[in-house]
Design a protein around this ligand. Sequence first.
Ligand code: ADP
Ligand code: ZN
Length: 629
Amino acid sequence: MKFSWRTALLWVLPALVIGFFLWQGSFASTSPATMGRNAANTRMTYGRFLEYLDADRVVSVDLYDGGRTAIVEAIDSELDNRIQRLRVDLPGNSPELVSRLRTEGIHFDVHPVRNDGAVWGLLGNLIFPVLLIGGLFFLFRRSGNVPGGPGQAMSFGKSRARFQMEAKTGVMFDDVAGIEEAKEELQEVVTFLKKPERFTAVGARIPKGVLLVGPPGTGKTLLAKAIAGEAGVPFFSISGSEFVEMFVGVGASRVRDLFKKAKENAPCIIFIDEIDAVGRQRGAGIGGGNDEREQTLNQLLTEMDGFEGNTGIIIIAATNRPDVLDAALLRPGRFDRQVTVDVPDIKGRLEVLKVHARNKKLATEISLEAIARRTPGFSGADLANLLNEAAILTARRRKEAITMLEIDDAVDRVIAGMEGTPLVDSKSKRLIAYHEIGHAIIGTLVRDHDPVQKVTLVPRGQARGLTWFAPSEEQMLISRSQILARIQGALGGRAAEEVVFGDAEVTTGAGNDLQQVTGMARQMVTRFGMSSLGPLSLEGQSSEVFLGRDLMVRSEYSEEIASRIDAQVRSIVEHCYDEARRIVRENRVVIDRLVDLLIEKETIDGEEFRQIVAEYTDIPEKEQYTPQL
Ligand code: ADP
Ligand code: ZN
């Protein structure tokens, strides 16, 4: 910006006005208008205030101006009981009001009229010239065009706009592991940023937006940072979820500020996390559109269209829900590239573990491969967390290096939560032991069930006892008999309770098991065509209601089919339950022995468990699917 008298005037005039008001105000008492944070812009009449009082909706009252104005905090029953601040002009000093507030126990405060006039008078006289000089100084600084120097992370505080900028992320592609395809695809984006001429020379239009799609913790943020790191450009980031709670207009102005700053620092990366929070389809939310969100989204679209061709800004957005995004976002020229970032497979997990083991001391016995094998379904963040937990345990135990013991404990902790203390010997401890042994015996004796890894009475998280099965790698295909085996295994706990203690003594401990059982049985019928209803798909992938999408996704079948589905589900579960009870009854002797052992030792590992069972009955050979590294 060149210095000119016109711009100078633009700055000086408001400074004069503000200065004048401050100068005036400094002699007056604190009035609600100058109460800073406390100011409430919405007014309420005195009558309404009394109604609110009658309805017990008033939370607190602050009195100002010698009792002539009040700032009231009240519960807004139309807005999820959110607290709203309202300003009320009171009819003069009202002692009855104060006594009423006191009797009803409503929190109130009286703010005195501030009257340290002399000091304020002096300050008031000074403030005017100071402001003028300050304004001029600011003006010159701006015209000097000094952007924030490199190497600093900063937040910009304009209009409550907060977004992060990292001049150097320090993250490289080497730090991102296990998602090779995504990395390869994004390699090109680095070239766009570093050598745009190569593309523009042949007339290619450089893409503006890339959408990273994948579950949380898979490294989307990391990947975006790595692009910035590799290209050596600044990284701006903001999260979509932050917009949702804001006042109307703030989100949009935040987006505007973000793009403005980004343009000043181009080439650069803008990263928008959780874009689905702002980018949901417009006008489709429950209870009407969210104005703020729509304004923010519109501003985002405008900004993306606004910068011409090759300004060197690439916007990377992350989401787990591309299906709910507004179609306008996915149009050419906006987020027209989608890259999927998935939970890593066993090879990927090994790579991620290698990355995070770099700065840790591992005992030589530790095999990262074994860890990778044990952790199907873990995301990159879970694995990072796992190694970190193990390191913390190692430090706590004052060991030199992480051993397999710490790794095991950390895996258990990441999967099932913190260990609690076991119950003292009691009837309920016995019952839990039977429940867990019930799961384990069926897992062992049913051929298609995953083998038992250990049974324990040490509670973790919500569970009071646990049976762990050796995890099998997430298979592409699961057979009907495998699902039936899982249903039987899950029913094993309740079956043992019932056989041993009788129908009247069964407990709520099986609630979680039954939920899983019903889910599996239902899917067999409605999704996988594994019942006598035949090979029909009667339900979509997910029966979850999409907020922001049509609420009315109804199942496409008749009442009659619905009742046949229910009948099928019931028959599957009943059949499996009969089977589970039969196995428990037929193996009662070994179950009793195992329960005694479990109560004594609190944990039995899979090998020992199988040895004991094998003394009494034949264990079917299990086919374990071993993934290849
Ligand atoms: P997302 O943005 O997908 O939710 P993040 O990028 O925030 O996930 O990942 C959180 C942390 O987990 C990262 O800082 C990193 O330490 C670790 N992490 C996740 N995925 C990977 C990966 N593929 N390679 C290495 N580390 C990863
Ligand atoms: Zn159970």
